[in-house]
Design a protein. Structure first.
Lengths: 432, 432
């Protein structure tokens, strides 16, 4: 017998038929003798409807119009959480009923019933503790625990939510608290791929990927898991299996063991026997480039650029400062999220006098392409190989950033697919 | 300063615009200096959607087909409650946000947060206690308590619901626990009428009605308040004001005091100075008549008829047994809810041998018309007046039942409106 946490996302519980399908996956594991907890998201689209009601109640749009486009919602996060958490409450009850209708013992658990405790940062609360004694005892007696994801209870007995995609984090935190053997994340794709299969048809599913690589993949644009849930899994050593709820639930009565060869296991790198130098190629098109022309090449100027951006809550990613032509002036280029570009330009225009620059340019026609792999640590020359291959295809690199297990390049958006395909081949990831 | 409970039903919070309207009623009371708790139902239609999801999840319709029409839902009431209670959770959060957007302090309270404790009879739980210390303290500091109606917490930390229309009961129970000065039930009509104004255009709103009369009105077909909430109000002495949320919230800055002359106050009969003999005429068309022809006129036969009906959970209302023609046989007539007629006939057909009757007849072409008034206690001859007036119009009375403050007659449905109008005039209720 194993102790499993299964998590189903919004598309996997989008209607009662999909919930029935999720239940058949649970039944397979229960029939195999495993003790199961199931974490559910809200039905796809439901959370957006609830958020729209909250914004309507607060008169969000009217306020934006009154006070200018930069006014953000100031509404009471604890009321937002009370409204929005109801989506997961509904799916947890429905799944429990479906499981019961299939002859299983099951009950729903809201965040406050477990309790899954969080801090008071409503709308994006952090988990501070999960009390699983009663829940676990019932699981071990054969009752399936159906847990409403995304929600918890904050100090003062108020409902809290963990922020968008928080159900992944709920599942991993629950798995950690239960010392579960595995946390299965059922989603609409069948695992983590070497790159986006829509761009590279030869992309293939990875059987295993290390936490560190998954973290880089997630933050570099692969959307299969929330970054936060991967961090937590790494910290707590939770083995996470990303798999498809759209695959048939019937594995010929083989239960969990047949899961070998299904999905992608996110685990410690020691578990991965054959490690490629590069495990995957990620790309992101949602960054924008900002260039400040001819700024003074003197100590302190970078602070004058980046402090006002930080104050405006704008995250800066890659930064390149060219070598000075004349010893007195240089060009500074960096990237921000596309959504923040207009605000970033506004902030820099206001700070023009204190910074001192000739011209300011912004562009969204860029893409960031990254090669990721823990094997890089022990293999020299990966970056050089990468740059040569891109140069051979005539792709100009506008900026570079690296970590121990990742090399990212900023290029013209028009070349994004070509770059991804080139690197996918270069590092031997094309499926055989 | 008064302590008020305000309750808004489903049509009064049907969308965010209606919630804003409800909030303006609350604001009027807050501006007048009153401490307010507001109980809300789910948005109109939302509960039905949630119930449909539950039945779909349990495969309710499929089961009925498989096992015949008499199979009723056997699903887990605690999961039903977890799903269905989410409707009130949403409106409570939304109203709190709207109140905040209007500059008031407000917070939502779920049943488990108060806590409003109930027994374990899920889907129709009874309230066992309401702990209002924290809620009341915050109200007295000027915070509006927005309470999700219809829901509570059952032993074992599970969400419970009070049954359809339970929000009225939530409001009255909360008012009792708070020792509130009044419980205002905002609904889509502006009070309790002497009879249905669609039938009698001369019907008028009652300024006051006693608990006992309201109870009879509610159980005789007037749908403005749930019977259970009236019973509780009577038992706890809660003064209930039925009023319209569709009337303008602005009473010229006069606050609650202007409520005199608005709505209908349900109160102890001592508060009612000028008491009519009859306060209202109620009618119901949802009863059906069952007649057993030529049953044996001997001790025990009534038990043989009514015990199997009781076992099948069928409520019997009016019963008439004719005088025996021959000393050995008689006819027995009684009424059941129309929805139960087919089942009642089925039960009686199966019991034909043990009862012994010549023929069995069922009909839904009947109406029950009732005159209600506490004044009857001290006025003789009310029944005689009533029967004469109906006879004058050629209306045949098929059965009669009476209580201390009510006389009901069963008549041919075709004469229902005529009977109501006749009695409304007879007892001086036509508006002057």
């Amino acid at each position: 017998m194993a102790l499993l946490v299964l998590k189903f996302g919004g598309t996997s519980v989008a209607d009662v038929d999909r919930i029935r399908n999720a239940a058949s996956h649970v039944k397979r594991e229960v029939d195999a003798g495993h003790a199961c907890a199931v974490v559910v998201s809200a039905m796809a689209g439901h959370t957006n409807q609830l958020v729209a009601l909250v914004e309507q109640a607060w008169g969000f749009k009217e306020r934006r119009k009154q006070n200018g486009a930069e006014v953000s919602a100031q509404y009471d996060g604890s009321e937002y959480d009370a409204v929005v958490s109801s989506g997961e409450q509904v799916t947890s009850g429905l799944l429990a009923l479906v499981l019961q209708s299939l002859g299983m013992r099951a009950r729903s658990w809201q965040g406050w019933q477990i309790p899954l405790k969080t801090d008071s940062a409503h709308r994006a609360a952090r988990i501070t503790g999960v009390a699983v004694d009663e829940l676990k005892a019932r699981m071990l007696e054969g009752e399936v625990a159906v847990v409403a994801g995304f929600q918890g209870i904050a100090p003062g007995n108020r409902i809290s939510t963990l922020g968008r995609g928080g159900s992944d984090t709920s599942a991993v935190a629950l798995a950690a608290a239960l010392s579960a053997d595995r946390c299965d994340i059922y989603t609409d794709v069948d695992g983590v791929y070497t790159t986006d299969p829509r761009v590279v048809p030869k992309a293939h599913r990875l059987d295993k990927i290390s936490y560190e690589e998954m973290l880089e993949m997630a933050s570099q644009g692969a959307k299969v898991l929330q970054t936060r849930s991967v961090e937590l899994a790494m910290q707590k050593g939770v083995r996470v299996l990303v798999r498809s709820s759209f695959e048939p639930a019937d594995l010929g009565g083989k239960g969990t063991d047949a899961a070998e060869g299904l999905g992608t296991l996110v685990c410690h790198e020691d578990e991965i026997v054959e490690q490629n130098v590069v495990s995957g190629i990620a790309y992101a098109r949602d960054e924008a480039k900002v260039t400040l022309l001819k700024i003074a090449d003197k100590p302190g100027v970078a602070a004058q650029v980046f402090c006002p951006l930080a104050e405006a809550n704008i995250n800066v990613d890659m930064i390149v400062q060219n070598v000075s032509d004349d010893g007195r002036h240089t060009d500074l280029t960096f990237t921000v999220q596309s959504a923040d570009l207009d605000r970033a330009l506004e902030v820099l225009r206001k700070a023009k006098e204190s910074i001192g620059y000739l011209d300011l340019r912004g562009s969204t026609d860029i893409a960031k392409v990254s090669a990721i792999g823990v094997g890089m640590r022990s293999h020299a020359g990966v970056a050089a190989q990468m740059f040569s291959a891109l140069a051979e295809k005539g792709i100009n690199i506008e900026a570079i950033s690296t970590s121990e297990i990742k090399i990212s390049v900023l290029i013209d958006a028009a070349y994004a697919e070509l770059a991804v395909r080139t690197l996918h081949s270069l590092f031997g990831l094309d499926s055989r």
